[in-house]
Design a protein around this ligand. Sequence first.
Ligand SMILES: [Zn+2]
Length: 357
Amino acid sequence: MDKINQTNNGPRPSKRIDAKYQNFYTKPSIGGWATLKLLWQFFRKPAYTVPQGQIPVTPLTKEQIEQAPELSAFRLGHSTILLKIQQKLWLTDPVFSKRASPFAWMGPKRFHQPPISIDALPAIEGVILSHNHYDHLDKEAVLALNKKVKYFLTPIGVGDHLEKWGIEKEKIRQLDWWESIHLSGVAFHATPAQHFSGRGLFDGDQTLWCSWSIFAENTSIFFSGDTGYFDGFKEIGNRLGPFDLTMIETGAYDDRWAFVHMKPEQTVQAHLDVKGKTLLPIHNGTFDLALHPWQEPFERVLVAASEKGVALSFPSMGEQFSITKPNMGSFWWRIVDQIKETKVPCRLRHALCKRGN
Ligand SMILES: [Zn+2]
């Protein structure tokens, strides 16, 4: 692989070539024939990519959130996490719409209702956005949230979308990789990720993607956004680690797009690279975006984490947890489709096991 941004002694900011942001390494292209085959597979997806039963959701109220102690957090969906830091609320990649898609009538449909509606949420100090894909940047949600949000933090270019949609410019902070900003007692560092961007056919990579490293007096959090596994994690760990909690993508992976999304084993390695204490696997349990069984990310990350001695946290949707002392949580995904067994006898349990692999 060609290294686009050569390593040097200082942090590497993002780089643009012909108006397109670049990763540290060149993204391999899938190829025309493989793309067609993939489209066909997506068209005829196996049933196990979607839960057959109900995902457990704990309904949340404004009062519960307001009364929750400092450093509480709530998983609201896919990569949507509500964090209480310095008694203020911060929300990552808020997606509340029914589909992660430009269309209301087609595209990946969510598995569960959000635990709380946007209307019922208390005031939000800031929304933290990782990139502009539909399963992370939900225009309807951003517009509905605007009246209760003080700041929108984005990688470069994503804030321009927000401005075009009518969000006040003064609220938007756009950061390049390794830039940081202090807001309301919290330091936010936009850190690199290996991904891509685009919301239409002609805007590929024209806005930046990033991870976020978040620091307050009493905690440190790493939010991966979407990313493939790359050596940027080690750099983040060396420059900014350790982290009390890492919220790292674990879902929607495939060998064919391994450059832009991690397999669960890589998620665990990324957590170790950034020097995390507890790993909260995100980017799963809400949308069907790949071809693997919907529970597979949870089962695989469990095995990988136990092999490496990594502490995990699996809060169910809407369940309150502590950023600094997270519980492992119940294995809630196992009750959805009546998986009774609690051991993981096969690396890729459930649907793949059933098929004899
Ligand atoms: Zn993405």
